[in-house]
Design a protein around this ligand. Sequence first.
Ligand code: GUN
Length: 280
Amino acid sequence: MVNLINGRELSEKIVGKIALEVKNYDKKPGLTVIIVGEDPASKIYVNKKKKTAEKTGFNSEIIELPDNVSQQELEKYIDELNNNSAVDAILVQLPLPEHINTYEILEKIKPEKDVDGFHPVNVGRLVIGLDPYAVSCTPFGVIKLLEEYNIEIEGKNAVIIGRSNIVGKPMASLLLNKNATVTVCHSRTKNLAEVCSRADILISAVGRPKFVKAEWVKQGATVIDVGTNRTEEGKLVGDVDFEEVSKKAAYITPVPGGVGPMTIAMLLANTLELFKLHNK
Ligand code: GUN
């Protein structure tokens, strides 16, 4: 029988704990989110982040900028936030429009305010096993789920499908730091099914419905589905053929209610850590 990994439950527990802690402080942690353009999915995510942050007792602002904002203007906003002592955490929602150099934007954010852990200093610290100021929220949330369900990481074969800077790469570093044997697969990987079938922990962050098939999954594996895809009917589904894979996996995350809610919980956890760093 498969065990469902309930991300909604754990995220509520984490956010509840953060809300209690925040009540003890006479200042509120401050999170500012910058969103560029009109992408409806990004707008929904960003509003959800603000709403949850405020419910948890944080100050949260959204800076909405037009699609044609220049690199220079966007960097000016970041400079102002870097110098604003009421702002503990800065998040620039990705993806940015094509005319913007994303790397330069992320590098402009002070590492001590980089709530996504995307600044090269934080990425580098993660890779060498030095505590970063923050770790990318989604892979950090996956680690919290594995820990909550006592799923052993050390010595296990972990296979990640997807090599993005937001999920795949930081996920690999986190698992490696916890002594897993890590394989990162991508669009050029040969024999993907065979590589996946060796996984004790299989993590998919691809963005294609029913991409991960039951035949790829080892009996008793843990399957973590980071995919958030909309079907033509508007239903939210992951990357994993949930029904079939559930027959083989020992643990699986549903979509929705698995990894998704953990991303916001870890955003608040990261914001709180940065707030404490600034108020030591
Ligand atoms: N777009 C999709 N996921 C993320 C994330 O975790 N952080 C940011 N900044 N943008 C994203």
